[in-house]
Structures are given as structure tokens and as C-alpha cells.
Design a protein around this ligand. Structure first.
Ligand code: BV8
Ligand code: ZN
Length: 252
């Protein structure tokens, strides 16, 4: 049985267009907890899926705002890990490579990935809940002279909210359309650190496979993607991706 890393190198060497789908697992070794991790302390008793919804925000704007401030702090302190850097370095091996991420941090960009599609938004940005000046009406909270939490939109007085996609909300149309197109056109799809539970993001590996692209998974556990993966690298992305990059380099 050949080593799975070698199997992946063989597949990647045939590919021109590499699509990558990442989830919270790729940021775990940077100290950003995944959605499945019980958040520590104050937030341990809350279920993220209950908090990451428009209803939760309308019912308890301060609680949800404070939860995002807590997560923003963790993201601000986080650094890209060896997995992010190895993924960015893979770009030099493919004429076309796009990272489609479910994550709301910007660690792929910080590590040097040059083409990243954010399906679920960006936790560092805020917007008017009513999008009163257009979709999205981004608000720079640092410029608002208030310590109200959540702050109010300076244009219309509605609450300001994080610029992320909540459960029950539609994804940014341009990002989703491009992600489907990239998945359809891909020669290979690398799926890293996602439980594959959340749709429509979780449908993308099937779209790639349906169009003839082998799916490669990097995850220390099984996920909803494992059953359609041609090869699985069983381990943390911070370990497996540098190993994969090394094997590609040695194969040059
Ligand atoms: C939509 C931003 C159309 C916010 C997120 C029933 C009722 C209502 C709705 C639904 C329903 N059934 C399905 C739905 C649709 C719903 C959905 O999928 N629900 C799930 C829970 C069943 N989806 C939606 O609502 C989406 N919108 O469908 O719009 C629509 C509109 C109106 C009405 C109907 C339909 C919107 C979904 C987006 C939600 N926002 N994030 C925020 O961050 O606060 S999702 C959030 O959760 C993440 O972004 C991510 O996408 C997801 C968590 O998944 P993962 O990233 O995979 O992370 P997870 O913790 O799950 O797994 C981590 C993995 O890493 C694990 O596999 C682990 O083994 C692995 N790992 C751990 N360590 C490592 C590692 N891997 C590598 N290395 C390591 N070191
Ligand atoms: Zn407004």
C-alpha cells in the first residue's frame, strides 16, 4: 500500500487547476477554536449554532455582540500556522489555485494565499444590520464615538453586526457562484479541516467529484467528506500540509 502522501503527490502532479476547501480545523493549530470545540469559560455553556443566528442577535444583541468581540480577540492574537503557510506555498505548483474557505479569519491571506473566497464572511468587519446604504453597508466601528455594545449604525440607527453569514442567512452571491464554478472546473479538490456538516459549503466537494475531480481530505478525524475522498491524510493540517509540500518538492 503506497504511502498516502505519495498517492496525493501522484494525483496533484496531473492537476492544473487545484480547488481547496477549508474549515475551522485549518485554524485550530493557530489557537482559533473550531465550531465543534466547546468554547472556554464564559461561553462554554452556549452552543455556537444557537448564537450564530439573526434571531439570537435580535433577541439578545449584546450577548451575541460580546461573543463576537471575544472571538475577534482570539482571531486578532492568532498567527497563521505551518498548514496555512504550506498551503500558500502550494500555489507555485499549479497554474490555477483557489482557496475557498468557510472560516471568518484572514489567516490564509496573512500566510500568503493570493486567491481566497470567503463563503461565510469576515469576523473582523462589521456592517449595518439593515444594510441601509447597500449590501453590505460596512461600518468602521473604531470610527464611531461610542462604547455602546452593539454600536448603532451612524446612517440609520439600526444595530451594527459582524459581517459574517449566520445560520438561516444566504451566502454572498458572488462568493458562492464563484465557489461553485471553481469546484466544477477543478482537476482536484483538497478538503482541509472541515466536518462537512454545513451547507451549501459542504456540497462543493461533491460538485468537484461529480465533474471528475478526485477529492483529497486532510483531517485527523472522519467527516461527512471522508466517504467521497479518494485519499485521506489522517492528521492535523499543520503537520500533513508541510509533509505534502516537502514530498512535492522532492518529486521535482
Ligand atoms: C443557507 C460564520 C440558504 C458565522 C458559519 C435546518 C434548519 C435550518 C437551516 C438548515 C437546516 N439544515 C440545513 C440548514 C442549512 C444550514 C446548515 O447547514 N445547518 C447545519 C448546522 C445543518 N446552513 C445555513 O443556514 C447557511 N445558509 O443555507 O442559506 C437558506 C436561507 C434561508 C433559509 C434556508 C436556507 C449558512 C451557513 C453559514 C453559517 N455560518 N460561520 C460564525 O463563524 O460565527 S458556519 C460555521 O460552522 C463555520 O463557518 C463552518 O462553516 C461551520 C463549522 O464547520 P467547520 O468549519 O467544518 O468546523 P467544525 O468545527 O464543524 O469542524 C472542524 C473540523 O476540523 C472537524 O472535522 C475536525 O476533525 C477538524 N480538525 C480539528 N483539528 C484539526 C482539524 N483538521 C485539520 N487540522 C487540525 N488540526
Ligand atoms: Zn444603517
Amino acid at each position: 500500500m503506497t504511502d498516502p502522501i505519495q498517492q496525493v503527490v501522484t494525483i496533484l502532479k496531473q492537476a492544473q487547476r487545484l480547488a481547496v476547501l477549508t474549515g475551522a480545523g485549518v485554524s485550530k493549530e493557530s489557537g482559533v477554536p473550531t465550531f465543534r470545540d466547546a468554547l472556554e469559560g464564559l461561553w462554554a455553556r452556549y452552543d455556537p449554532q444557537q448564537l450564530a443566528t439573526p434571531d439570537a442577535f435580535q433577541r439578545n444583541p449584546k450577548l451575541v455582540w460580546d461573543w463576537y468581540e471575544y472571538r475577534r480577540q482570539m482571531v486578532r492574537m492568532a498567527e497563521p500556522n505551518p498548514g496555512h503557510y504550506a498551503l500558500a506555498a502550494l500555489e507555485s505548483y499549479f497554474p490555477e489555485m483557489v482557496v475557498i474557505t468557510q472560516n471568518v479569519d484572514d489567516l490564509h491571506e496573512q500566510a500568503g494565499s493570493s486567491d481566497v473566497i470567503h463563503l461565510h464572511g469576515n469576523i473582523a468587519q462589521s456592517k449595518c444590520f439593515a444594510n441601509c446604504q447597500g449590501v453590505p453597508t460596512l461600518i468602521d466601528v473604531a470610527e464611531l464615538d461610542t462604547d455602546e455594545t452593539p454600536p448603532k449604525c451612524p446612517h440609520c440607527g439600526a444595530y451594527v453586526r459582524p459581517d459574517v453569514v449566520w445560520f438561516g442567512e444566504i451566502l454572498p452571491e458572488d462568493a458562492l457562484l464563484r465557489a461553485y464554478h471553481i469546484s466544477e472546473q477543478a482537476d482536484v479538490m483538497l478538503v482541509i479541516g472541515t466536518s462537512g456538516m454545513v451547507t451549501p459549503a459542504a456540497n462543493l466537494p461533491e460538485v468537484a467529484q461529480y465533474n471528475g475531480a478526485p477529492v483529497i481530505e486532510v483531517n485527523p478525524d472522519t467527516s461527512m467528506i471522508t466517504r467521497i475522498a479518494s485519499v485521506k491524510l489522517d492528521g492535523p493540517s499543520g503537520v500533513m500540509l508541510p509533509r505534502l509540500l516537502e514530498a512535492l518538492r522532492n518529486d521535482d
